[in-house]
Design a protein around this ligand. Structure first.
Ligand code: F0G
Length: 391
C-alpha cells in the first residue's frame, strides 16, 4: 500500500486507514489472483473474498451484492446495475460489510461516519449486525427522510452538523486523527472500497467487460473502486481491457468535472454545493485523487448534469424501464443520455449505468419535485367517477 500524497510505501497493514507519515490518502495495491471467477462458490460480496485485500475472520453479512443487471428495453446494449436492491437500499452495503468486518478484526467497539445519508443507513445496519455502536455525523436538515429513518431504526447515534456534508466529513476525519477509539467507515478508508469493487466482478460475470461504465460521483470512492475491480481482472489475465469510466456529477456540485475539463492537477473545491440529489451534494470529494486516476487511466471522462436532467432521468427510469431509483442514482443515466444525444457514444457500445440507491430513500423529492417534472404524467384523480368516464 502507498500514500497518494507523500508517495511512501508500506507493507499491507489492515490497521492503516490514512498515511501514518503525512495523514494522506492510502491506496491499496492491486490484488492479483488468477482464480477463475466461476470456481468461486456462494453469492454476493463475500463470494469474492479471495480477491479482496485484507483478512476477515468475522465476515459480517446481510446478503449484500448479487444485484440485478437489468437490460434496457429502449437503448440497445445499455444495462442498469441496480444497487438499490442491496439490504439497506444502496451500494454502500458492499463496502460496509467489509469495513465493519475489518473493525471487528481490529477489536473496535464503535464506529463513526459522516454521511449524506446512505453511508449512515448502511453503517447503522451493519454495526447493529456486528454488535457495534455507530455514531453518525449528518449535515443538518439536508438528509433524505428514508435514510434518517433507517439510521434511527437501527439504533445509531445521530449528530447533526452545520455547514453541510463537507464539514461533517472534516469533523469525522479530525476526530479519527486525534482519538483513535472510533473506527471510521467513510470511503477514505481503503478497505471499504475493496468491498465496493465486487460490483465489477458481478458485471464481468454477467456480460464481460463493458465499453463504458457511468457512475454518479460524490466523494469519488465508488468510481475508483469499480475501476480497481476491472483493472485487477485485466492485470490478473482474467479479462481483456477495462471499461472507460465516466463520472457524473450534479452541475452545482461538480469539482471533479471542472478538474477533468481544465486538466487541473489540483482540485478546486466547491464551497456551497447545491443539487436536489442530496446524496451527491459534495464540494470537497475526499477521494478526488483516486477518482481522477480512475478516469484518466481508463480514458473515461466526467460530465455534469442539471437537476432537471437528473429528475427527468429518474422519471424515465421509473416509467419506461420500471426501475425506481433516488435522484443521485439517476445521474448516471442522465449522463449517459447526454453523451448519447451529443453523438459521443456509438449505439453498438456496451454500456453499464450504475444505479446506486433505491427510490424509497427519498420519497419527499419524488412527491414534491420528480413527478411534476413531466406534467402530462403527473395526474391524480379526485374521484373514481372521473376515471370511469375515461373508459
Ligand atoms: N449515489 C448515491 C445514492 C450515494 O449515496 C452516493 C454517496 C453516491 C452516489 C456517490 O458515491 O461518494 O463514492 O462518489 N453517498 C455518500 C453517503 C456520500 O454519505 O451516503 P461516492
Amino acid at each position: 500500500m502507498h500514500c497518494l500524497d507523500c508517495k511512501r510505501e508500506f507493507e499491507l497493514d489492515q490497521s492503516l486507514l490514512l498515511c501514518p507519515e503525512c495523514g494522506g490518502l492510502l491506496e491499496l495495491g492491486f490484488v492479483i489472483n488468477n482464480i477463475q471467477l466461476t470456481q468461486l462458490k456462494g453469492r454476493g460480496v463475500w463470494k469474492y473474498a479471495p480477491l479482496l485485500a485484507g483478512d476477515y475472520p468475522f465476515k459480517v453479512s446481510l446478503g449484500e451484492g448479487s444485484t440485478p443487471l437489468i437490460r434496457s428495453r429502449v437503448y440497445p446494449n445499455l444495462y442498469y446495475k441496480f444497487e438499490g436492491t442491496n439490504p439497506t437500499g444502496s451500494f454502500k452495503d458492499r463496502g460496509m460489510c467489509v469495513a465493519v468486518s475489518s473493525a471487528l478484526k481490529l477489536g473496535y467497539k464503535s464506529v463513526i461516519v459522516a454521511s449524506t445519508g446512505n453511508t449512515a443507513a448502511s453503517a447503522a445496519a451493519y454495526s447493529a449486525r456486528a454488535g457495534l455502536q455507530a455514531y453518525l455525523l449528518l449535515p443538518a436538515n439536508n438528509v433524505a427522510k428514508g435514510k434518517i429513518a433507517q439510521a434511527l431504526l437501527h439504533g445509531a447515534k445521530l449528530i447533526e452538523v452545520s455547514g453541510g456534508f463537507d464539514s461533517a466529513l472534516e469533523n469525522a476525519i479530525q476526530l479519527y486523527r486525534n482519538k483513535r477509539t472510533l473506527y471510521p467507515l467513510n470511503s477514505y478508508n481503503p478497505w471499504r472500497l475493496e468491498g465496493q469493487k465486487t460490483l465489477s466482478f458481478e458485471v464481468f460475470e454477467d456480460i464481460g467487460v463493458p465499453d463504458y461504465v457511468f457512475v454518479p460521483v460524490g466523494n469519488g470512492g465508488n468510481i475508483y473502486a469499480i475501476w480497481k475491480g476491472f483493472k485487477e481482472l485485466a492485470i490478473s489475465g482474467l479479462s481483456c481491457g477495462i471499461p472507460r469510466m465516466f463520472g457524473v456529477q450534479a452541475k452545482d456540485a461538480s469539482p471533479i468535472v471542472r478538474a477533468i475539463e481544465n486538466n487541473l492537477s489540483e482540485l478546486r473545491f466547491v464551497e456551497s454545493p447545491q443539487t436536489i440529489a442530496s446524496a451527491i451534494r459534495i464540494g470537497k470529494p475526499v477521494n478526488w485523487k483516486k477518482t481522477i486516476k480512475a478516469i484518466t487511466d481508463s480514458h473515461g471522462g466526467a460530465i455534469s448534469v442539471s437537476d432537471e436532467e437528473i429528475l427527468k432521468a429518474q422519471v424515465e427510469l421509473a416509467r419506461v424501464e420500471g426501475v425506481e431509483v433516488e435522484p443521485a442514482s439517476a445521474a448516471s443515466f442522465a449522463g449517459y443520455k447526454k453523451l448519447m444525444n451529443e453523438g459521443k457514444i456509438d449505439q453498438n457500445s456496451k454500456v453499464v449505468c450504475v444505479l446506486t440507491g433505491h427510490a424509497l430513500k427519498d420519497p419527499e423529492t419524488i412527491i414534491q419535485e420528480s413527478i411534476k417534472i413531466e406534467s402530462q404524467f403527473a395526474s391524480t384523480f379526485n374521484s373514481l367517477d372521473e376515471v370511469f368516464k375515461m373508459f
